[in-house]
Design a protein around this ligand. Sequence first.
Ligand code: ARG
Ligand code: GLU
Length: 719
Amino acid sequence: MTVKKLHFIPLLLAFIFSFNLLSAHEGMWLPHLLKQLEGDMQAMGMKMSAEDIYSVNSGSLKDAILHFGGGCTGSIISSSGLVLTNHHCGYGYIQSHSSIENNYLRDGFWAKTKDQELTNPGLFVTIIRRIEDVTEYALVGVHSGLSEGKRQSLIDQNLNAYKARIKVKSDEAVLFRPIYYGNQYIMIVTLTYTDIRLVGTPPESIGKFGSDTDNWMWPRHTGDFSLFRIYAGPDNRPAAYSTDNKPYQPVHYLPVSLDGVEEGDFTLVFGFPGSTQEYIPASGISMNKDAINPPRIAIRDTALQILNKGMRAAEKVRLQYASKYARVANYWKKWIGQNQGLERTNAVWKKILEQKEFRDNVHGDPQYEDILPRLDSLYGVLTPYMKASQYYGEVVQRNIEIFALARYMSTLIHRYLENGDEGFMAYRDRLIPAVNGFFKDYQVDLDRQVFAALMRMYAVEGDPELTSVELIQQFSSGQAAYRTDALFAQTLLTDQDGLIRLLEGSPEAAVHAFAQDSLVIWYDALSRTYGEKVAGPLSKIQDEIDAGMRLYMAALMDVTKGKKFYPDANSTLRVTYGKVEGYPMNDTTRYDYITWLDGVMEKYVPGDYEFDVPERLRQLYASKDYGPYGENGKMPVCFIGSNHTTGGNSGSPTIDAEGNLIGLNFDRVWEGTMSDLYFDPTICRNIMVDARYILFIIDKYAEASTIVNEMTLVHPKRN
Ligand code: ARG
Ligand code: GLU
């Protein structure tokens, strides 16, 4: 484009300028290393010190943050262990307590006294006691001549030796995590509580308002929160569930602000972001955008259309597939937005500019000079394998449901071949409940259609060098539907009773039958081909890339002057900060930073499964009965900010300049999901529920004032 060329120099200057000015928003920082950012954060309005956020010696914000169930974040908001997280993080537990008589998903649930709280077997929360840099111990004896395997085993050995030396309490766990691609290591000491009870949840029509249509979107109107409580033994330490357990007394809990937010306010989001790839070269971003995302979007698109049709035709099917559909649709939609964001902001080009600076810096340096060309060529080699692995992953492992049963049976056969009847029995006992669970939410007609459509895509669009000849022969012609029908007619796997009977009968007979089953044979063939043609080479190339990225990361940190580097997300505790900020939808439309209950009412569709509004909420809206939680006669619902978050930050508290809770993170704006690969401050925004809406729902909507009463409500803006 000539326009771009003409504007190259001003754009370049603008880029460099904006990079320095705005880079403060980017980053997921390790809380024990915040001292280096304290000045930055205070310049943006923060009134706390780094020590207030993370301290080993005294109570600090970090003591109120927890990893919720391993995948989400939560925060402690009362002196008796009350935990705030997202509705979508508590969803499975809320669902498990729901029945036709007590439909907590539909109606909500509020424990007005502690003995009404509901126990959740399997749920755990992890609190971080301390984090330490252990790089010097981890890397003893490590040198560049070691193979990747030798390097890793030496590091493991070093860290195990270190672990044996340090002192922790008997109920504390010690974890080690590589950061900066293994250039450094951290040690994390954790404490995990397992008696976690459900305290409250709004109905889905509030907690999941807007559902998939609004997912990853702004403006948003979802009250995506739920409340739990941590219970502890007599000494306040972790204890198995018991009626004698007492509410956990935290070292610190977050006061909740009643003063709300304005554009420009400082925000800090504290939580456990899952995974990002911020330092991969432009070639790696291109691979994600052009080779990985398109096939997985297309495959899910096809599967979702089939499911959608089935779900619309029958209420029973809708209920059976609601959660599966939401799970598949969540990332399908995210990847679409991610590609749009990468295109819109020209991320690849910006990355190339950054790399040019790096290349100039290392020019003539024999140690670093050829890293980028080498990584680029490795990404080139990796690309077809990554693409092939999307097909296998999405078709065989994810979207064709019956392949999950085929995988079980294939494993069963192997257990039998390895350990005879004993191996069979041990696995079978776990298998029977899994098989019954599978059929509870299964429609063979839908799955058969998905099978035909996806196997055809795999055969036609997949790389012929990297798939099997049989797949191409049988499914690339117009015969896919016919072949599918034949396979489904022959298989034993679609008959629940028959399967259970076989599993409960003689091992030999079952193994004999499964080994000849049409779908088990297909599953085995596809997974064998994948293992031989794709998985092997892929992991070898990936190892080389990892080693290359380790050197590149080290080089970046070595030669880039004046820039602070944060490690990619890896499910460890991180701080990200930014400010409350609106969002440019396009050149002409800029969205405000906040949404109101008025918007909920504008979106209201009576009886709709996504946009229904409970009657009581409509009444409160009509009477404008917002108590102390409204603002000038309006009820705030959600707001956005320029905080760098990702999956895993769900349930993270948003904290104001002084350490009070002002919001609850639960999503990002659609195109902003590019921030997993490249953070662009112009469009990357995280979405939070306004703390005042949470209080309003608990207090005014649910009339669960006992829950609000145990919190500490504050007016930081009035002093
Ligand atoms: N997009 C958010 C996240 O990645 C929310 C997902 C839950 N909501 C949904 N409609 N599926 O987890
Ligand atoms: N909903 C996401 C989660 O489960 C957070 C949104 C995001 O990816 O930023 O963690």
